[in-house]
Design a protein around this ligand. Sequence first.
Ligand code: BG6
Length: 513
Amino acid sequence: MPESRVPNPLAEGGFAALAAQPCTLVILGGSGDLSHRKLLPALYNLALDGVLPTSFTVVAFAIDDWDDGRYRAFARDGIEHFSRRALDEAHWADFERRLFYQKGSFDSPDDYARLKQRLEEIEPRFGIPGNRINYLAIPPRFIATCVEHLNAAGLVNPEGQGPFTRVIIEKPIGHDLASAREINATLAKVFDERQTFRIDHYLGKETVQNILVVRFGNSIFEPLWNQKYIDHVQITVAEEEGVGTRAGYYEHAGALRDMVQNHILQLLCVTAMEPPWSLAADVVRDHKLAVLHGLRTIAGRDVERFVVRGQYGPGFVRGQDVPGYRREEGVQSDSTTETYVAIKLFIDNWRWAGVPFYLRTGKRLPKRASEIAVQFKPVPEVLFNTSPGAPLEPNVLALRIQPDEGIAFKITTKRPGPKVRIWPVRMDFRYDTTYGDQTPEAYERLLLDVMAGDATLFMRRDAVEASWMWINNILDAWTSSGSRWLPEYGAGTWGPIEADRLIQSDGREWRTL
Ligand code: BG6
């Protein structure tokens, strides 16, 4: 290889190929659902893969009156129920001995002092040099308290001085622009942006990372990836589940805040960004941010034209009657929280000028199905496309995020036989057939990246605020309309009729998933 050639970092093991460093993961609020269902199972799978640092421990800090033994039982239960791979006794024994529990209250300075003491006792036993990751698995109202107390207790080293201290924070990062700014400012008082890792678990999904590889690892897509060749893009994140037990949070969030502000706009960024000139975290994140800056504002009266919201009513799912949203436990009987939202948007830049992006997400839709579909422009109306009543079906590249992860490309072919009969067929790549069915969970990748100090797949402060800025206009218009009515759709259907009209008025259709 000539010396001037840049090595291929993907071939060398990932976007960053950095190794996880020895550290302690301190989970504030570590006795909760997130640890049980996601974090502990993810860590266990990393242990099974042999990629956790050998010097690694978990110290959970929470209010429950537990000890290490109780915490280990809690972790075991979480792994037994939620791990993608079954618990194996030999690996469990090694994993379990690295789990510790420290009881403490988020607002007690003495408890943080005790936490520090405990960490200083545990770390030398495992050869950990004092590197720490603080995972804030806590309700947003505790963030300021926790961050201030961690700092006051001497549990935060400045970036670049001594062992590293990092912080992980989960969504929701605020409920509007002002509150997001407040949270970011609170974090910034204590942590440098380089120490701050904001999780959007969609970015940890294999299929989402694959979008970049498909776009920039093949020569055939990128020349077509623009307004000259693309008719429109559809991004769908459909969920079959209803609100479940999360009404307390969801009633104040709704689909726009819960899904669009973060996951769907991140998918949009990855789909629409310009090619970054390197895979360094900030280069990738600068390019994603540019997409958010290019979003055409939807505000005031335009909100009615470009955004549809809806709420599920009663319906029939998997052979069972299910209640409407307003009858779910913890939901107000006159709630106007949207459980569905569809948006038509434009990105005002050279590449995407005039190309509509249609986004939709909802709970209690007929199935769990998420994809990004890029529909190309029709071929000219000559040769095989001369029948105005039966135009050729367009080429569609569908990137399936979940389930049935893969990529499908619809192309036009000739059916065998003496006549020219045109038939659309699908070229289909499926992860499970090609790579086996063991796709890592998003949290596995993301936790490992924090241990390695790679922030590529995490949301930077400016991106979080830019997406809130765009979303806030829509929220403001909804608030000022004061409407107590929003379209209803039956549980188990594809959303309100108004969402169909949104796309049909442009002569297009939502894809059938
Ligand atoms: C979360 C939302 O961020 O993402 C939930 O708060 C939603 O409401 C979930 O159900 C969807 O994630 P996934 O990975 O199951 O598609």
